[in-house]
Design a protein around this ligand. Structure first.
Ligand SMILES: *Cc1c(COP(=O)(O)O)cnc(C)c1O
Length: 399
């Protein structure tokens, strides 16, 4: 079956069916669970076949930096879930962003990026791409006039994350895509926080989707990985970068992520329900100054989030009284939640962004991204909601 025929077949199935079935390629053994191909290279029937594979006249596996059957199964399943033609797997989420930029940017090009992106994404643009002559303008995620005004003749890429980390702002993907496309600019959306279970950016005009599979696609905090998702035409460029530069996904990690995808929607709905319950409860606590969660009716983009997403995701943040001291005392008072920067795990995690994930930002950049000293991020896991509230009570008692 050609990739086009395969996509046509999967277009007929619902999300939950694709999550457990898309991409399966059986081996001669007839295994039921997806096979894990731990092999770095592949053998050929003959010298003629080897030459044909290398020459590109015959498709097939050569070497696992290029293709691997387990990784391909993951790519096909994720593409099907995003409603996309193709996905290219990478060794991490950062590698997915790196591969995208290497594929579509050259020295002298310009990027417009939302201010409130994952901390390392900010460093990648600010420090490393600058070295190669790619400049970046950071704009407020939700202010369309800033996106418009930042465009230069050499602007090639818009990059955004929605909902944003850690303050949960929501971008109007369709409106930003329209601005980008009027100027021949590509729009890349980091869909790590919602995953395709809650949000499908291509349906709102995005050209490229970025994933850190490390987060919810795995869902249990086991492996590092990422992916770039989009049209065959764009993904062929990204694939060229990955097979040449080498940030390929390991077959073992792809196998872990395939198992994660099977339960993705169930987990995202459970994370979302608990996060909404916790956010609603936190609003009522006297030590809390502000709660950021797009599921709250008081959130400035609540209506947009309701339109664009099936639910509001597992990540929320809130500002406690007492600045850094108050936030650290809250965190140190909790007993169940894991003090770690990771998210998208069955285990609830708690983070102080200003001193960890966003600690490298300048004071001005922190202020622009609204990363205040009293801000705490919680990525709500799958524990019982009442036990999580009780853990927060221990945090408040320690302030
Ligand atoms: C974690 C994360 C990344 C980077 O992914 P890695 O797998 O850690 O490299 C990118 N974007 C967002 C929104 C993230 O949360």
């Amino acid at each position: 079956m050609t990739p086009q025929q395969q996509n046509a077949l999967w277009a007929e199935f619902e999300f939950d069916t694709l999550a457990v079935r898309a991409g399966i390629a059986r081996t001669n053994e007839g295994e039921h669970s997806e096979a894990l191909f731990l092999t770095s290279s592949f053998v050929f029937d003959s010298a003629t076949q080897a030459a044909a594979r290398f020459g590109g006249t015959e498709s097939g596996n050569i070497y696992s930096r290029f293709t691997n059957p387990t990784v391909r199964t993951f790519e096909q399943r994720l593409a099907a879930l995003e409603g996309a033609e193709r996905a290219v797997a990478t060794s991490s989420g950062m590698a997915a962003i790196l591969a995208t930029c290497l594929a579509f940017l050259s020295a002298g090009d310009h990027v417009v990026c939302s201010q409130a992106v994952f901390g390392t994404t900010n460093v990648l643009f600010e420090k490393y791409f600058k070295k190669f002559g790619v400049s970046t303008t950071f704009v407020a995620l939700t202010d369309l006039s800033q996106w418009q005004a930042a465009i230069q003749p050499n602007t090639k890429l818009f990059f955004l994350e929605t909902p944003s980390n850690p303050i949960c702002e929501v971008a109007d993907i369709q409106a930003i895509a329209d601005i980008a496309h009027q100027h021949g600019i590509l729009l890349a959306v980091d869909n790590c926080f919602c995953t395709p279970a809650l949000q499908k950016p291509l349906a709102f005009g995005a050209d490229i989707i970025i994933h850190s599979a490390t987060k919810y696609l795995d869902g249990q905090g086991r492996a590092l990985g990422g992916a770039v998702v989009g049209s065959h035409k764009l993904m062929e460029e990204v694939y060229g970068v990955v097979r040449t530069c080498g940030p390929s996904m390991s077959a073992f990690n792809a196998w872990v992520f395939l198992k994660g995808l099977e339960t993705l929607r169930l987990r995202m709905e459970a994370h979302s329900a608990s996060a909404l319950a916790l956010a609603t409860w936190l609003v009522q606590q006297p030590q809390v100054e502000q709660v950021n969660y797009s599921g709250l009716p008081t959130h400035p983009q609540h209506a947009l989030a309701t339109r664009q997403q099936r639910a509001f995701g597992g990540v929320l943040s809130f500002v406690v009284k007492g600045e850094r001291e108050g936030a650290w005392r809250f965190i140190d008072g909790t007993q169940i939640m894991s003090i770690t920067a990771n998210l998208g795990d069955a285990k609830t995690t708690i983070t102080h962004p200003a001193s960890t994930t966003h600690g490298r930002l300048s004071p001005e950049a922190k202020a622009a991204a609204r990363i205040s000293e009293g801000l705490i991020r919680i990525a709500v896991g799958l524990e019982d909601i009442n036990d999580l509230k009780a853990d927060c009570m221990r945090g408040f008692a320690n302030m």
